[in-house]
Design a protein around this ligand. Structure first.
Ligand SMILES: [Zn+2]
Ligand SMILES: [Zn+2]
Length: 432
């Protein structure tokens, strides 16, 4: 059996791994936002989403870990040349459809040729099989697939595949410990021969959730109590909902809290798939304390007095957030608080590193205070170690991490006597 890395090799984004045995299966097929490698590059170059390397082999099926764009974003591309089964969960399919259709919409606005079309999305939906958690299923002759909860977002799973007398686990993105909305990943897991694991935070130790939460709330309150407006750029899926939940839990709703952008639709999908959320009643109450922005005209009105605005895009690559920053960025009383991972080369990373960002191709330096909190939905170094000890693999493939992170983590694993690899995109490994 062989494993080929088609994306997310020494980078965060566009996950895609092809497993070739007596049948061929693809784990994820995501997009990478912004192929500009450094924000110092020509600012007139448009940021575009980049798919993984092309799949040249026939595939017997694709196993989709979760809906985030860097895992699901290029799935419809696979349906350009015909259909093959798509194994995932119903929550993942609903959230992925939201992102796929948004990709088409953005291409329409920007008058660009989209990577895929509506028919490809339709074919992906027609090829979908809903797989239940913790229930092995024979997806092809002598190929068994089991999903485990990844504790990351609704629908998010870790995949355990048994084929050709070997077992492989692919983590997708996972969170080990409990978060505001989720219980954390399944802890009762089988031993595996080969592990493909994300290593987004392989260099970090997360601070305690309680401390981050406390400092974040203090920062928010200081701003609104001084008459300012807080802008919270957030990913549509998971971070927007988590922020609503934290603000509600800390009773910060004495000023209006607004939700704008794609997070609104994602929140509705979260409510439909309530089994993934630890305390659904509290989550629903949190969403009721927030007002959705439905029309453009509302945006100007709400920015007249202290409030909190949660809006996409989380890495400031487009979306309503740029309009809010343009309107509110000159007032030093206001704050822009980033709470998500900012991939190298994105507008969000540019803002953190240089205090400037791009709006309509122009550099802009806000006077509003910029802060960053790390509300991670991923395992940190210690948790990765614990997880790897649990599944006890013969070999670990470290993927979905910045180059520095994967290389350093590989060194650590080898020092602990665990065989490890850091695949580059295009590389192939024998799984004997
Ligand atoms: Zn993710
Ligand atoms: Zn990811």
């Amino acid at each position: 059996m062989k494993l080929q890395c088609l994306g997310a090799g020494q980078e965060v984004g566009r996950s895609a791994f092809l497993l070739k045995g007596h049948k061929n299966f693809l784990f994820d097929y995501g997009l990478k936002l912004n192929p500009r490698t450094k924000y110092t590059e020509d600012i007139s170059t448009k940021s575009q989403a980049e798919p993984p390397l092309r799949v040249k082999d026939f595939i017997d099926g694709t196993i989709l870990s979760h809906a985030h764009l860097d895992h699901s974003g290029a799935i419809p591309l696979l349906y350009k040349d015909g259909r093959s089964p798509l194994f995932s969960t119903d929550a993942t399919l609903d959230l992925s459809n939201l992102l796929w259709n948004d990709t088409l919409k953005i291409a329409g606005y920007e008058k660009e040729e989209p990577l895929f079309n509506e028919n490809n999305i339709f074919d992906a939906n027609e090829s979908f099989f809903n797989i239940k958690l913790r229930t092995p299923i024979e997806i092809e002759k002598d190929v068994n697939l089991t999903f485990f909860d990844a504790g990351h977002i609704p629908g998010g799973v870790m995949s355990y595949l048994e084929m050709d007398s070997k077992s492989i686990m692919y983590t997708g993105d996972f969170r080990y410990s409990e978060s505001f909305l989720f219980k954390g990943c399944d802890k009762k897991l089988p031993k595996v021969d080969y592990l493909i694991t994300e290593t987004t935070y392989a260099l970090n130790t997360h601070l305690s959730r309680k401390n981050i939460e406390k400092e974040f709330i203090e920062e928010v309150k200081e701003c609104i109590d001084n008459g300012g407006i807080v802008i919270l750029p957030a990913f549509a899926i998971e971070r927007s909902q988590e922020l609503m939940y934290i603000l509600y839990a800390h009773k910060v709703n004495y000023v209006p809290i607004y939700l704008d952008g794609m997070g609104k639709m994602a929140t509705n999908i979260f409510k439909e798939h309530s089994k993934w959320i630890t305390d659904i009643k509290k989550f629903k109450r949190a969403t009721e304390s927030v007002e959705y922005i439905k029309k453009h005209t509302q945006r100007k009105k709400i920015t007249q007095k202290p409030c909190i605005i949660i809006t996409t895009a989380g890495m400031l690559e487009g979306g309503p957030v740029l309009g809010y920053i343009e309107a509110l960025g000159d007032d030093p009383k206001n704050k822009i608080i980033l709470t998500g991972f900012q991939v190298d080369g994105t507008n969000g990373r540019r803002l953190l590193d240089t205090n400037k960002l791009l709006i309509d191709g122009q550099e802009y330096k806000p006077k509003a205070k910029i802060c960053k909190f790390s509300f991670s939905a991923h395992a940190d170094k210690k948790e990765l170690d614990k997880f790897i000890d649990k599944v006890n693999p013969k070999k670990v493939f470290c993927v979905h991490g910045d180059k520095e992170a994967v290389i350093s983590y590989k060194r650590d694993l080898i020092e602990r006597g665990i065989d490890a690899e850091v695949p580059t995109n295009g590389s192939t490994f024998d799984l004997d």
